[in-house]
Design a protein around this ligand. Structure first.
Ligand code: HEM
Length: 130
């Protein structure tokens, strides 16, 4: 009878589950899938979970540098604006499919701004890489 309102994205467990849901969409995606064929998932998933727990909840655990990681990725398999647009669209859809609330909106906004900086850095690093 009653509809259960979607929860906010406001706990480590919910972030961990969301990251799984997101990469379950990324892997078969025709645009993004090709970048992820050689990913070591048992290594990658915990890093991404820790990254988002840090971004959204301020929890420690991620000690990496996503900008450098994606510049390296770009050198192996060039990224393009369409890939960034698709990443942001899939992230937004996945968050909205599971969650609603201020932290969910923060996750969407932060992803959009990080993706914008990353796109700029990655594509201009490529231009100057020689
Ligand atoms: C064009 C869009 C993107 C593609 C194709 C992409 C793909 C990838 C791939 C293939 C890896 C490496 C996985 C591995 O082998 O360990 C990775 C790592 C990562 N990605 Fe992305 N990514 C994209 C955008 C983003 C954005 C916008 C964010 C954050 C908002 C993000 C966050 C991360 C993080 C935190 C890591 C882990 C880096 C580390 O190991 O420290 N990615 N990404």
């Amino acid at each position: 009878m009653s509809t259960v309102a979607p929860a906010d994205l406001d706990s480590a467990d919910r972030i961990d589950a969301l990251v799984h849901a997101f990469y379950a969409r990324v892997r078969p995606d025709p645009v993004l899938g090709p970048w992820f064929t050689e990913v070591d998932w048992p290594h990658h998933i915990p890093r991404i979970q820790a990254f988002w727990r840090g971004v959204l909840l301020g929890l420690p655990g991620y000690e990496g540098d996503p900008m450098t990681a994606h510049i390296g990725l770009h050198r192996r398999k060039p990224l393009d604006p369409a890939a960034f647009d698709r990443w942001v669209a899939l992230w937004t859809d996945t968050v909205r499919a599971h969650h609603a609330g201020p932290k969910a909106e923060e996750a969407i906004a932060r992803a959009g701004s990080i993706a914008g900086v990353m796109r700029h850095r990655v594509l201009s690093a490529a231009a100057s890489a020689g």
